[in-house]
Design a protein around this ligand. Sequence first.
Ligand code: DON
Length: 374
Amino acid sequence: MTDSMNNENKEIDQQQEANGAIHKKLAERKTVHIEPVIDRHYQLRETSKAKEIIQKAMDLAREEIPKGAVATYIPELGKMDPHQLGICLYPLKGDKICLGDYETRFTMQSVSKVIMLIVALEVCGLKSVFRKVGMEPSGEAFDSLVELDVNDSKPYNPLINSGALAVCGLLLPEVSFQDMLRYTRNVCSDQGIELNEAVFDSEMKTCSRNRSIAYLLQSKGIITTDVEDTLRFYTKMCSMDVTAESLANLGKKLANDGVCVEDGKRYMSSRTARIVKTLMLTCGMYDGSGSFAIKVGIPTKSGVGGGLLSVSDKRAGIGVFGPALDAQGNSIAGCKLLREISNELRLNLFYDPEWNKEDAGDTVLREMQANSVL
Ligand code: DON
């Protein structure tokens, strides 16, 4: 064996050890090269033009900020400056476009439910996960517990608090928080991600609603791990400090079938990537998921820290940060920003340049808006 092969093997060993159970599963996966198919979306290839469009969208989105408010039910989040707004759009081909507060750290909050789900699907398997949680939109608030008061019911889906807590109950015997942190750093291509202790402590002191959900889940046999440990694990996941740029990196891997465009490494199976994106589209914005799918049409997951992770499939990963929230707990300016970008750059999942030739700038949406349907 040559020295360079030796070094390479050593590096792989170290990495595997570092990532523990998660990496063991992923090590079986092959490195593949996927050719991105974004060429027909010419707007993304013209970086300067796309940047101009996004800048205009940012200006429009800022006007929404006074209509929202930062989350205060986790006291530490109440200290955030509501006027911040940042975006990173990272096409599969071409340069990333970063504007505003894209480097500012904020806690991942519910965006981390995507990571919990990815790892649970990889490590515990599809059957175990969907034995504990459903795959239907809830039409309820993110911290709702109504469904849990019905006999034989389980959380509607893994992207609401009850579902994510159930997923954490599955993860806890398999992986440590340190494993999860390492995986998050790798999948977000951001080694600077840390646990925000202040936000974690603040939420642990005020999480009686999540605590109630977790005990209800235990009473139904959905959580069999220690409830307090499970709650701590979940809250730590929510308290990881990311940036809009790190979310764009995660989105880019999801957009590319779970594979890193740069080095061809697979971070999750193709099936996991598909399931996660589908649930982001149908459930990622809670009781606002349906209207968001119509208005924006990009699978997205929000968090009360102001983050939005969007996956424009086969085209780009998008990370947004805007801590002023709407009534559903989604970034108010971030949603407007994504809506404008989706319209202007034709990123709607169902937009096709061949089929929608006459659709100059989303006439359906404009018409619905004019008639107050949206
Ligand atoms: O469990 C909670 O309430 C928070 N740690 C996360 C909620 C959240 O981010 C909802 N998202 N928009």
